[in-house]
Structure formats: C-alpha cells, structure tokens
Design a protein around this ligand. Structure first.
Ligand code: IPD
Length: 280
C-alpha cells in the first residue's frame, strides 16, 4: 500500500511538472494532426512526444515495470500481462486538444495482476489532477474525494456517453439505439447525457459523483485504467457494457462505470435497468 502511494506520488509529480505544461501550451497552438484508423481517430506530434517522455521518466524510476502506451501499441502484439505495467494515454481527448476545448488530459495507470492499482489523470486546462491508489483513497488535487450517500436511479441520472471513433456498423447502431432508449420518456427517461470527449475524464467525473454513470464501447485500457482505480477508491464499480458482464478484464473495450454513494445492491439494480435499454 505504501509502495503504491509512492508510485502515485511519482506519477503526480511527472504530470504536474512536466506533462501538464506541454499539453497546456501546445493545445493553444491548435496542433496539426493526422488520421489513425479513420478520419475521426486523430493523433498529433505532441501525443507521441509526451508518450516518449513518460516512458523515459517512468522507465528510469521503475526499470522492471512494463509499459503500454496508446501511441506505441501494436494491435495483436501488445498484451497486458500480470506483471506491473504502466498503461498510458499521453493525451486523452486528442480531438479536444486539437480544437483547444479544455478537456484534454494525460492518463497514467498502473496495473498489477491485471488490476488497476494506481491512477492519475491530469487536465491542466482546468487544473484538475485526479489521483489514487489501491487502499489509499482517491483525490482531486489535495482533497480526498468523498461521495455523499444519495439514491442512484436510472430515471434521474446523468450519464457520460461518447460517439467514439467507430461511426458505422452494428456497434454504432446499438450505441445510438441505447442513447435513444435512455432518453425516451416511455423507457429509460434519464435526466440527460454529457460527452466530455475524454474517456479518462468521464471516468473521473463518475468518480466525483458528477456523473451517475459512464458508458462506452470502443475505447482501450489506456483510456480507462487510471480512472478505474480512482473510481474504485470512491466506492464506484466498473462492469461490462453488455448484458451480464459483471466481471471484465482491463482490455474488454466496452465499459460501464457507476458512481459510489450508494449500496452495491442499488448499483447492481441500476446496471440491470441500464442493460434493459441496450438492444440485444
Ligand atoms: C478517445 C477519447 C474519446 C473516446 C475514444 C477514445 P484519444 O481517446 O477518450 O472520448 O470516445 O474512444 O479513443 O484518442 O483522445 O486518446
């Protein structure tokens, strides 16, 4: 537990002092970008530059730990093992970064035995640094995150949702139908949806209890690893985005995060009600 706290502190220092200033300055320059898998999956030179920096700095501190980063990931080759592994998204919310919308952040998680045990997410535009580690609680800057007890009901919820980079095919259709069902006055009737454009920020806003839940299919472990640890430390849970997926691995790519501040029974009931709105 103490060692995890030390690692958390090292990551926090790196984000605050080195990574944050780069994101903040470069976003205002309205960065040039190139397309990755398609015309809405974007990357900039700054994403790559920051990933190299983090790999070098964490590698010097923890030479035995493995490293997985969004920009050096090789599909089919890169796999999360049981060994301590830093799982990093150098800029999450790259589209926000390119458009200078103030919700781009850096997300650094550590997994051990495929469980997220340390996490830090820094949005330098708003000065929000979320961090936590297993058994040590979660913090927004220096303040411990404590979620007040309050009812968790689908009908009165605000849910984080993202269009993602996949904009056609059956997954996209399911996403859109679910969104419609949840808003429909005769079905889910949620209070509303929000889209921050960053999976990591969505996870952290669920950890804060600002969101009641966050649902996404299509993102990767580096988008959610850090936020997952932070959320768990505030009493939240992460399950699969599809029906009856109560236990999921870090790289499931379809996640449903639920806030704390309610009993496990209430959280599970909320999940069931949500799943009822997801077309088979
Ligand atoms: C993306 C963001 C976005 C989510 C996508 C991610 P990136 O990450 O988190 O909110 O919808 O699935 O790929 O590309 O900005 O690092």
């Amino acid at each position: 537990q103490e060692q995890l706290k030390q690692i958390e502190n090292a990551i926090v220092g790196l984000l605050k002092n080195e990574v944050g200033p780069i994101i903040k300055t470069k976003a205002h320059e309205k960065s040039k970008y190139v397309n990755k898998s398609n015309a809405v999956d974007l990357v900039t030179e700054t994403d790559k530059q920051i990933e190299v920096l983090i790999k070098e700095k964490l590698g010097a501190l923890y030479p035995d730990f493995k490293f997985i980063g969004e920009e050096s990931y090789q599909p089919g080759v890169t796999k999360i093992s049981d060994e301590p592994t830093f799982i990093v998204d150098p800029i999450d919310g790259t589209t926000n970064f390119i458009h200078d919308f103030p919700f781009s952040c850096c997300s650094i998680g550590l997994s051990i035995n495929q469980e997220a045990v340390v996490g830090a997410v820094y949005n330098p535009h708003l000065g929000q640094l979320f961090h936590g580690s297993k058994g040590n609680g979660a913090f927004l800057n220096d303040t411990k995150i404590v979620i007040a007890e309050r009812p968790l009901k689908l009908q009165q919820s605000v849910i984080g949702f993202e269009g993602g980079a996949e904009r056609q095919g059956s997954n996209f259709e399911v996403k859109m139908s679910t969104l419609k069902n949840l808003l429909d006055a005769q079905k889910g009737f949620a209070h509303g949806f929000r889209s921050l454009g960053s999976a990591a920020m969505n996870m952290c806003y669920t950890a804060l209890g600002t969101y009641d839940a966050y649902w996404e299919g299509g993102c990767y472990a580096w988008d959610v690893c850090a936020g997952w640890c932070i959320l768990k430390e505030t009493g939240g849970m992460v399950v699969g985005g599809n029906v009856n997926e109560w236990e999921i691995p870090l790289d499931r790519r379809c996640y449903f995060a639920i806030r704390g501040g309610s009993s496990e029974d209430e959280q599970k009931k909320f999940v069931q009600e949500f799943w009822n709105q997801v077309p088979a």
